[in-house]
Design a protein around this ligand. Structure first.
Ligand code: SAM
Length: 246
């Protein structure tokens, strides 16, 4: 997969060089490039914003600068996939979920446009959308100063799902927001007693069936307590008899 991120603060994205995403880029599982939007300006001050039509507070990012940048970055070229998909982080976008992250792993080229100020002139998504898929997405119901933190979230959530990125693919199976539709059960490691707090006895029993049942019960209870919306969305057919007895 290739991912391009365009921002006026490319240094903000430097943490993508760390951990699993960084290793994926170094080992060739991922082709990751970060661009400075100001490289597509042509004035002395490298201006990327202007006042909003209709008045109001704040500044809006200019369509001509973003258009030039995205035309370049999304243009198919030698070794570049034809079907680039533009992601625009915005608090008014569709919620970014694990399902959307999974769908995005099917793409060969993602481009992420990081807005700042009051956001990017709305014609940019229209312009790009005439030729490419465009998804405006929100990472949560709150407002950040810019799209960079959202880009970090999206890249990490998508890249860890690519084959070979997470060492043990089994760790992707039993996660929160996975196929079971439940939050994950609580996890423990050594020592078995710490600060007077004991690891649940069943986890030390070596009895795989009892451990699996305990984890399932914990996942159901935790989901019911913390995210009743997820529990309500569960398909009843996916529940076994012991689940329903809870
Ligand atoms: N005026 C915009 C609004 O009310 O929808 C908010 C703009 S925000 C200050 C600046 C930029 O931060 C946005 O263009 C977007 O790139 C990013 N951003 C802020 N909150 C976000 C969120 N919850 N999800 C994704 N991106 C966000």
């Amino acid at each position: 997969m290739r991912i391009d991120v365009v921002s006026i603060f490319p240094a903000y994205l430097s943490s993508l060089g760390l951990s699993l995403v960084g290793r994926a880029a170094r080992t060739g599982l991922l082709d990751l490039r970060v661009h400075d939007l100001r490289d597509w300006t042509d004035d002395r001050h490298r201006t990327v914003d202007d006042t909003p039509f209709g008045g109001g507070a704040g500044m809006v990012m200019r369509p001509d600068v973003w258009g030039a940048a995205l035309d370049d970055v999304m243009r198919p070229g030698p070794g570049l996939p034809v079907d680039a998909h533009l992601l625009v982080p915005t608090p008014s976008g569709q919620p970014f979920t694990q399902r959307l992250a999974e769908r995005l792993t099917d793409e060969s080229h993602l481009v992420i446009a990081c807005g700042r100020y009051e956001g990017i002139d709305a014609r940019v998504a229209q312009h790009v959308g005439a030729q490419h898929p465009v998804t405006e997405l929100s990472i949560g119901d709150y407002v950040l100063n810019g799209g960079e933190a959202a880009a970090l979230v999206v890249v990490e959530a998508v890249v860890r799902l690519l084959p070979g990125v997470v060492g043990n693919p089994q760790s992707l199976v039993e996660e929160s927001h996975g196929a079971a539709g439940l939050l994950e059960y609580p996890v423990y490691t050594k020592p078995p007693v710490w600060e007077g707090l004991e690891v649940p006895e069943v986890l030390l029993s070596g009895h795989h069936g009892r451990v699996a049942r305990w984890r399932r019960d914990q996942a159901l209870e935790r989901t019911a307590r913390r995210r009743p919306d997820l529990l309500a969305a569960l398909d009843v057919a996916a529940l076994d008899r012991a689940d329903r007895a809870l």
